[in-house]
Write a protein that binds this ligand. Sequence first.
Ligand code: CA
Length: 231
Amino acid sequence: MDRPHILLVEDEIHLARGICFNLEQEDYRVSHVESGEEALERLAYDRFALIILDVMLPGMDGFELCSKVREADTRVPVLMLTARSEEGDRITGLASGADDYLTKPFSLSEFLLRVKGMLRRSSWYLPEPIEEGYRFGENEVFLLSYRARTAQGEIDLTDLEVRMLMLLFQREGEAVSRSELLERVWGYANDVETRTLDNFIVRFRKYFEQEPGNPVYFQTVRGVGYRFSRR
Ligand code: CA
């Protein structure tokens, strides 16, 4: 399995070097950037198992960065580093979507334990490292590489599409309720417009069904949710 790739957003160079060194000693892969703007650039084309970000950054601060990260990805774990221990900061941090926070100065062992715990908790939603595609009809879906082969050609899948497909595949043949899909795919976000879910299904039918208006694989279970079936 690949080493977990961590993104560190920290402008204090000495601290950043120390953190990178210690994470690499633990066999994690680390990318370091010094600002929120650079972090967003990296996040546009790279996926990370964990994001560690400092609250006090030049330009965009850690809270703003965290909210932007959450807009794009509800599930990537975020550990926030704060120099201040005020309750207000902790609450702002958690409200902006951080999963956990650590007050500077922190001990190395506590930091590493926190990182390890967050990676373990988040790993349940990562796809199994199986190269083989998931086949149904004329389709083959590769959850690890975010690709699918369909009757219309090859397509790229988004992170949310992959999460949703993974859940439906795991529960093949069973009705999965709307609330479970919303919770497991979109995270705790309770303000997700529920039409979003239906739009995803509409998209899957366009990708994978011979007749999107008469679906075989992505079935509606009236009053409950959706069911994936290889028929
Ligand atoms: Ca800082």
